[in-house]
Design a protein around this ligand. Structure first.
Ligand code: LLP
Length: 435
């Protein structure tokens, strides 16, 4: 049944099982256990290529695509994105450590974060990170002192709030003025930061950064942000700053529900190219190197989560709850953002979705759901539920709430699945307990 399929990477086997890039997801659930995250390497690569190819077509050689590690951070992802030519950003010492452990070149990383510790700044300098995106005034002095001591010069960018409303959930919207990230323009903070940078011989002020929010479905907010940033870039260049780079952030929306219509990558990048060129012309300044930082749109649709159905509980006069063996510890996005998902019973993929049910996790919280009133094939105990588009912000936001072990990640390549992150054991759960 076509309504069971989320993208061209899925199909239905002769037995009526859902497959991902040729891997039978029912067999995978049996072999690897549930819950389990399953990621298609081909789908990740396809998104990387879509960005790299259109950025090249639109911006020539003067661009970078930098994967936002926070969407899915584990060692296996870095060789994949590196081989596709992407750079990456990290926002903490933990993400930096993971990327370096995976052999990702430090020079192709940049460091974000609104409250970087001295230890993090020191690690960034010592490993030879490509750039640091400065988020607050005192970070300038702290980073400069480390660089002077180590006799290094660190490329830095200023994170700027372009004052743009990205029309997304308040908690994942970051470009407006009342937000913890970056420097304001109207309030003069960005100019003060630039003045401070002039005096820092350990820092090379090379560019500006903005990120307006996440899961954004419109093109226009990106165009408005690009215009604000290029106006500022031109102004600072006129004041003598040698700014070469403009990072326009990530946040490109993805499809979670069948009715979602994200802007295709090529359309978004072409729109950005036009917006950037027009603004550079308007403000009479050369086009800088343009960097984008997609996270979700690289990995989200490439991933599914497999669960086993447990109790199916019709609540008279309300709804039917289909309970699964995971929930908010492996995917907190419904609890945090009321995010909804599309799902399918993997062993009944050929059947029509005739039921409307609510998927409940197994935690002691009423808000532990993965979607409300969603269409599904008739579910019964022992079925395998496949939740689509869970490659981003699931494993990376997972917890051990209710002492549930984190699920494994199974990477599908060439029709075969292999465990690239193992399931946590009970022993892992008590590893740090000292008494
Ligand atoms: N660059 C910066 C500076 C960011 O803060 C983010 C995301 C990205 C790039 C990547 O955005 P993406 O392309 O993945 O939308 N936990 C939330 C999302 C938080 C996003 C935070 N920053 C969620 O599950 O929806």
């Amino acid at each position: 049944m076509k309504d069971s399929l989320f993208s061209e990477h899925f199909s239905i086997s002769g037995q009526g099982h859902l497959t991902l890039d040729g891997l039978d997801l029912v067999a995978a659930a049996q072999e690897f256990g549930t819950p389990a995250y399953v990621i298609s390497e081909a789908a990740v690569r396809q998104q990387c290529r879509a960005y790299m190819q259109t950025m090249k077509r639109v911006f020539g050689e003067n661009f970078k695509v930098s994967y936002a590690s926070k969407a899915l951070c584990a060692r296996f992802i870095y060789p994949i994105i590196q081989s596709e030519g992407l750079h990456a950003d990290v926002v903490s010492d933990g993400e930096l450590y993971t990327a370096l452990k995976a052999g990702f070149p430090a020079s192709n990383l940049h460091f974000h974060g609104n409250n970087k510790s001295d230890a993090e700044l020191r690690q960034a300098v010592e490993c030879g990170i490509g750039a640091v995106v400065i988020d607050c005034l005192d970070e300038i002095e702290r980073l400069n002192a480390i660089c002077v001591e180590k006799e290094r010069q660190m490329p830095v960018l200023l994170r700027v709030k372009p004052g743009v409303d990205a029309h997304t959930h308040e908690f994942i919207s970051t470009g407006h003025n009342d937000c913890k990230f970056g420097f304001g323009i109207e309030d003069g903070q960005v100019y003060e930061a630039a003045r401070l940078l002039r005096a820092c011989r350990g820092l090379d002020f090379c560019g500006l950064h903005c990120h307006i929010g996440s899961q954004v479905f419109l093109k226009e907010p990106f165009g408005v942000a690009a215009d604000v940033m290029i106006r500022l870039l031109a102004e600072l260049r006129r004041d003598g700053y040698n700014l070469r780079e403009l990072i326009l952030g990530g946040g490109f929306g993805v499809k979670y529900m069948p009715e979602d219509k994200p802007v295709p990558v090529s359309e978004m990048v072409e729109y950005l190219g036009k917006a950037v060129r027009e603004s550079c012309q308007k403000y009479d300044t050369p086009v800088p190197e343009i960097v984008i930082e997609p996270g979700r749109s690289i990995v989200s649709a490439a991933g599914v989560t497999l669960y086993t159905v447990g109790s199916v509980k019709p609540v008279p006069g309300a709804r039917t709850y289909v309970a699964i063996d995971g929930g908010m510890p492996d995917n907190p996005r419904f609890a945090l953002y009321q995010a909804c998902y599309d799902a399918c019973i993997a062993n009944k993929a050929a059947q029509a979705k005739t039921d409307v049910v609510t998927i409940a996790g197994k935690c002691c919280e009423s808000g532990d759901l993965l979607g409300r009133d969603m269409k599904l094939q008739p579910a019964q105990r022992g079925d395998f539920l496949c939740v689509f588009s869970t490659g981003a912000y699931t494993y990376s936001m997972a917890s051990n709430y209710n002492r549930l072990p984190r699920p494994p990640i199974v990477l599908v390549s060439g029709g075969r699945g292999r465990v690239v992150v193992r399931r946590e054991s009970y022993e892992d759960l008590v590893r740090n307990d000292l008494q």
